[in-house]
Design a protein around this ligand. Structure first.
Ligand SMILES: NC(=O)c1ccc[n+]([C@@H]2O[C@H](COP(=O)([O-])OP(=O)(O)OC[C@H]3O[C@@H](n4cnc5c(N)ncnc54)[C@H](O)[C@@H]3O)[C@@H](O)[C@H]2O)c1
Length: 341
């Protein structure tokens, strides 16, 4: 997997390790102090390669050496606000990085099943208030969203040009893309994400500012989309033709909250934290309403979210509190709780 040192990557790595997978990871070192990857001793869960996804030769060599049965591609510059400050870097990592994975795949001789992680922000968003379906038009206002939409087009192009469904028996490569968003869960320490901002505020006893309090988002607990990626990977592996396409993973209809509502509930459940609304007219554009239609995954993968939005927040609060207590097993414990829920 790429991006194994990140927030979702560390959770997926822990889960794959629980499932008995032999994992090679390819990513940069975690950039935040108290990162989740080191907290769970990620280096003991995989063969970790610290390198840049833009370094094609290195990536190709690592993939060919390992001969993976599956690739989960998560490495990315995943932050909207950072993408406004570093657009070229964002496009390079998110577009060229994905193309590098796909190009290296052309050299892989063995059978290989690939899940490329993009985002719910890949759809052209006219703020119509309608949940997106997989066939909706791709687009992207900010550089992050546009870069991920471009990654989707690259996936589609490589699939049509080099890994067509008709010639699967020759190339033996199955590729799907997955679109999820606003993932919450213990251990995310990214900048400019609301839950990590609240947790940092609590730790430093600072009041956090809400810049987009009324933006509505499909919040989901980290194990929900990851379970979708794993189920899709398994189905794709046994039926490449039927499952090589784009897939939405999001909460059930009605399970959305505004940023302000989410903040209030998180702070109440945590028992600490302060916020103030500070809307500035010159803030860069971000989508106001974002919701995914998940019917395809529900019908064809038999996947569905297990938790409602309040349970998602509850588990996230508990995750951060377990980190405060130094419980390095909390990720594994929440994964086994997910099975039994
Ligand atoms: N967290 C969310 O809410 C969310 C929502 C939608 C999509 N996603 C997507 O999920 C994936 C994982 O997101 P995350 O939240 O874990 O982000 P994260 O920032 O915690 O992790 C990003 C990972 O990518 C790696 N990476 C970044 N630049 C790299 C480079 N130049 N070379 C090699 N590796 C590099 C990092 O080292 C890290 O392992 C990303 O593709 C992201 O776009 C996340």
């Amino acid at each position: 997997m790429t991006g194994h040192t990140g927030f979702k990557g560390t959770w997926l790595l822990s889960w794959l390790s629980d499932l008995g997978a032999n994992v090679k990871g390819y990513a940069l070192s975690p950039e935040h102090e108290n990162d989740l990857y080191h907290f769970v001793n990620g280096d003991t869960l995989c063969n970790s390669v610290i390198a840049d996804i833009r370094d094609y030769n290195k990536l190709e060599q690592e993939i060919l050496d390992f001969e993976p049965d599956f690739i989960f591609h998560l490495a990315a510059q995943p932050l909207v606000r950072k993408s406004y400050n570093h657009p070229v870097y964002t496009f390079e990592v998110n577009v060229n990085g994905t193309i590098n994975v796909l190009q290296a795949l052309r050299k892989v001789n063995n059978r290989c099943t690939v899940v490329i992680v993009t985002t719910d922000k890949v759809y052209e968003n006219s703020e119509a208030g309608k949940p997106f379906i997989e066939e909706d038009k791709l687009g992207g206002f900010d550089p992050y969203s546009a870069s991920k939409a471009m990654a989707e087009i690259a996936v589609s192009s490589f699939r049509d040009s080099f890994f067509s469904k008709d010639s699967y028996n020759i190339h033996k490569k199955a590729i799907a893309s997955v679109r999820a968003g606003n993932v919450i869960g213990g251990g995310d320490m990214s900048s400019d994400r609301i839950i990590p901002d609240i947790v940092r505020g609590i730790r430093k006893n600072q009041v956090i500012e809400l810049r987009k309090p009324f933006s509505v988002r499909p919040w989901q607990y980290v194990l929900e989309p990851l379970s979708g990626y794993l189920m899709l990977g398994a189905k794709l592996n046994s039926n490449a033709v039927g499952f090589s396409s784009g897939w939405n993973f999001g909460p059930n209809p009605g399970e959305t909250l505004s940023v302000k509502e989410m903040t209030e509930i998180f702070i109440e459940k945590f028992g600490q934290g302060k916020f103030e609304v500070n809307v500035q007219g010159n803030d860069p554009h971000e989508a106001g309403f974002l919701m995914l239609n998940i019917d395809k995954a529900v019908k064809k993968l038999d996947w569905s979210p297990k938790y409602n939005v309040y349970e998602c927040i509850d588990l996230t609060v508990k995750g951060y509190q377990q980190i405060e207590k130094g419980n390095r097993d909390f990720v594994k414990e929440q994964i086994s709780g997910y099975y039994s829920f």
